[in-house]
Design a protein around this ligand. Structure first.
Ligand code: CA
Ligand code: ZN
Length: 301
C-alpha cells in the first residue's frame, strides 16, 4: 500500500527550508491529498474578493524528501492517478487574467462534477481533463511562491500534466523536496481567466531519482511525445527558449546539423501554450515520440 500524505501538510512556497513531511526511498508510490488553489475557502457563488484570505492561496502538499536525490540529478515523477473531488470552482475578476480590464466584479462559479462532466450550466457540461497546476521541487536559490512557475516546476498550469504522464525535474536540493497541489477538473490552454475548474483531490505519483543526467527545466512525457516546459517573463521568450532547449538536448544524440534539426522541428515540433496569466508565462515545445524513437533517444535515463 502506498503511503498517503494528508493535505494539512502544505507549503505556500517551494523552498530548500521546507520541512520534510514524508521521507521515501526512490521508486516509492505516494498518494498526495490536495486542497484546491483557494485552500477550499470558496463554498458558494456569494464569495466576494474580500471574503477570501489571499494569503492562503495555492497550497502545495509536501514536502516529500526522496532519498538519494542530490543536486544535479533528475527527479522522475510518474502521474499514476488523479482522483477529483465532486465540486469545482471557477473564478475571475477585475485585473485578473486576460479579460480583467473588462470585468467589474470578482465572480465565482461553482462547478459540480456529475457523471464525469463539469456542469457549467444547464446547457453546458464540460468534458473533464483532470490535471495538476502546481507541481515541483525546491528551487536552487530563494523560495519561489507556489503561484509562480520556473525551472523547479511550480505553477506551470500545463494541461499535459495529467494521468499517465511522466515529469522530469532538475533536482536543486538534497531530497528534492517535492510537492504538488492546485488540481483542475478542466482547464484550457492559456488558463485565460486565471483559474481552471479548481478542485481538491488526490494524486498518486511514483517518485524516482535518476542519477548521472541533469536538465535545466522540467520536461513532460506522454504517448504523444516529450515536451520541454519553460516559464519566462513573456510568451515569446518562453516559447523560443523551450525550442532552443530541445534543440540543444537532442542535437548530440543525432547526426543532424543544427540547421537540419531546426528544419525537422519546424516541420514536426509543436509550440504549445500552457498559461499566459501567472507571474511568469509558461510555454512548452513538444517533440513527437516517433522522432525520438527514430534516433533511439532516451533523453533522461
Ligand atoms: Ca495554477
Ligand atoms: Zn489552479
Amino acid at each position: 500500500m502506498p503511503q498517503t500524505l494528508a493535505k494539512e501538510t502544505y507549503f505556500y512556497a517551494f523552498s530548500k527550508e521546507n520541512q520534510t513531511a514524508l521521507k521515501v526511498p526512490s521508486g516509492s508510490q505516494v498518494v498526495v491529498e490536495t486542497y484546491d488553489c483557494f485552500q477550499n475557502q470558496i463554498e458558494s457563488e456569494d464569495a466576494s474578493f474580500n471574503s477570501i484570505d489571499w494569503n492562503q492561496i495555492n497550497p502545495a502538499t509536501g514536502s516529500i524528501y526522496v532519498e538519494d536525490a542530490q543536486p544535479g540529478d533528475i527527479l522522475k515523477v510518474k502521474i499514476d492517478n488523479i482522483e477529483l473531488g465532486n465540486k469545482g470552482v471557477l473564478a475571475t475578476g477585475p485585473g485578473l487574467g486576460v479579460m480583467g480590464h473588462r470585468i467589474d466584479e470578482f465572480t465565482v462559479k461553482m462547478v459540480p462534477i456529475v457523471d464525469g462532466k463539469a456542469v457549467f450550466n444547464e446547457k453546458l457540461k464540460l468534458p473533464l481533463n483532470p490535471m495538476i497546476g502546481v507541481i515541483g521541487v525546491a528551487p536552487e536559490g530563494e523560495p519561489v511562491s507556489c503561484g509562480t512557475p520556473g525551472a523547479h516546476g511550480g505553477n506551470m498550469d500545463t494541461k499535459s500534466i495529467t494521468t499517465g504522464a511522466t515529469l522530469y525535474f532538475p533536482v536543486f536540493q538534497e531530497g528534492a523536496l517535492f510537492g504538488l497541489g492546485d488540481l483542475h477538473a478542466a482547464m484550457g490552454d492559456g488558463e485565460i481567466g486565471v483559474s481552471g475548474v479548481e478542485i481538491p483531490g488526490k494524486v498518486t505519483v511514483t517518485l524516482e531519482v535518476i542519477k548521472g543526467k541533469s536538465i535545466p527545466f522540467p520536461f513532460v512525457e506522454n504517448d504523444e511525445g516529450v515536451a520541454a516546459i519553460v516559464s519566462m517573463e513573456t510568451l515569446d521568450e518562453a516559447a523560443k527558449k523551450a525550442v532552443e532547449l530541445f534543440v540543444d538536448t537532442l542535437l548530440p544524440h543525432t547526426d543532424l546539423t543544427i540547421a537540419e534539426l531546426t528544419m525537422l522541428f519546424s516541420a514536426a515540433g509543436q509550440v504549445q501554450v500552457s498559461q499566459i496569466v501567472d507571474p511568469l508565462i509558461t510555454a512548452r515545445f513538444l517533440v513527437p515520440k516517433y522522432i525520438l524513437d527514430a534516433y533511439q533517444v532516451s533523453l533522461f535515463e
